[in-house]
Ligand binder design. Sequence first.
Ligand code: 9UX
Length: 72
Amino acid sequence: SRQTVTVQVGGMTCGSCVRSIENAVSQLRGVHSVHVSLKEGKAMLTFDPKLIEPELLRSAIEESGFEATLSE
Ligand code: 9UX
């Protein structure tokens, strides 16, 4: 199954920030896709809710060095 979530991300200032978040999150088991928008300051993810939950996605982004807040 597939679910979507948006995470508000603070502290991104360049394209390397985007790539580091995409790399970190995409390696987590259960993540189908991740797209990070530098301009909008957010990450949009799809994942299998049986394998991972939104809070772990949020905390992985924070562990990468950014402020991360689940939205909606
Ligand atoms: Mo760019 Mo982002 O020099 O953490 S990598 S600001």
